[in-house]
Design a protein around this ligand. Structure first.
Ligand code: SAM
Length: 311
């Protein structure tokens, strides 16, 4: 029998340590999706591991899947592998265990979100937004209007709707909006009671401004770069204009969640752009609050989250 490589032996220890560091999350039956390994902070260079119920998704910067993850693990249904270095953002590869061909649900504080291991590069939820979704659920009061731009599978909208909000989800992709409707239904919310708009977020916000359609809460979580019929959007160049457009349709006393996961944009520069957006809209800011990333994200704090409370 081949002797294990020294670094593989360390990895087994590191994985045990990572599991014990997240013991409270793993014990929470109402939250079944979280990050179990976060790169260097857990002693794994270029490796992250996300738990989706009992399915593990290992993502690697390199082309090699660490030997440890080739071995079947106790109490894990399946392991999938995603390479982060690829140009063609492909569906994760099945490595061992059950082949998960059908969509399935994970829980986040009891909220159900549909995931798929067959849906391409992204599986249906961005776990780094968990704390922000929790805050949305806590902030929204029944009957308030909430706008979720770049909504993807509408996880933020479901959080707001569970709190009684009337949500509008904006996304370029119709399949993602349909996914969002299924997420609503999975949580006992009639999707016909919520609004879904296909198209460019900035164009829709300008249209809402003309219609004087206002919202109590607005969520901004754009991709780093986007190309649509309306033109090119880049967080580095355009975030201030995005905030400006949102402020123009925020009710007096309303709030905006501005987030950005682009590692090249630092926290200070991001705050300057967000403040510029409020200034360009000619509105006064009541309070600005930063929220941290979820505690299972122990490596780089790349996600910037600013809550703006407007006067
Ligand atoms: C990073 S995801 C957003 C994640 C989402 N906020 C969440 O919490 O799950 C990016 C989403 O933005 C959408 N998108 C990209 N460009 C867009 C645009 N110009 N207007 C509206 N949606 C856009 C994509 O279709 C995709 O669903």
């Amino acid at each position: 029998m081949a002797m294990p490589h020294t670094s593989d032996l360390f990895q087994e220890q590191n994985l045990k340590l990572a599991v014990s560091r997240r013991a409270s999350l793993a014990d929470d039956s109402q939250t079944t999706a979280f990050r179990l390994v976060d790169g260097e902070a857990d002693g794994f260079h270029g490796v992250v591991l996300e738990v989706f119920d009992k399915i593990w998704l290992v993502s690697t910067l390199g082309r090699r899947l660490p030997a440890l993850f080739r071995e079947v693990q106790e109490d894990v249904r399946a392991l999938y592998w995603k390479r982060l270095d690829q140009d063609q953002k492909e569906t994760p590869q099945w490595v061992w265990g059950e082949k998960v061909d059908a969509p399935f649900h994970v829980l986040e504080r009891g909220m159900k979100i549909e995931l798929s291991m067959q849906s391409g590069y992204s599986q249906g939820i961005f776990l780094d937004q968990r704390i922000n979704r929790m805050h949305v659920r806590e902030r929204v009061k029944p009957g308030q209007r909430v706008l979720n731009t770049f909504s993807y599978t509408c996880a933020f909208s479901v959080a707001a709707a569970l709190a009684g909000g009337i949500t509008t989800s904006l996304d370029l992709s119709n399949p993602y909006l349909q996914w969002g409707k299924r997420n609503m239904e999975a949580n006992g919310i009639d999707s016909a009671s919520q609004y879904f708009c296909k198209g460019d977020a900035m164009s829709w916000m300008k249209r809402f401004a003309k219609q004087e359609r206002l919202f109590t809460g607005i969520i901004l979580d754009p991709p780093t770069f986007s190309r649509s019929d309306a033109g090119v959007f880049s967080v580095q160049k355009d975030y201030d204009r995005l905030v400006q457009a949102a402020v123009q349709i925020a009710e007096p006393g309303g709030w905006i969640l501005a987030t950005c996961n682009d590692r090249r944009l630092g926290h200070e520069r991001f705050e300057v752009m967000v403040r510029d957006g409020v200034r360009l809209a000619g509105r006064q800011l009541g309070k600005l609050t930063h929220t941290p990333m979820p505690p299972d994200f122990m490596d780089e704090h790349y996600l910037k989250s600013i809550w703006l409370d407007l006067i």
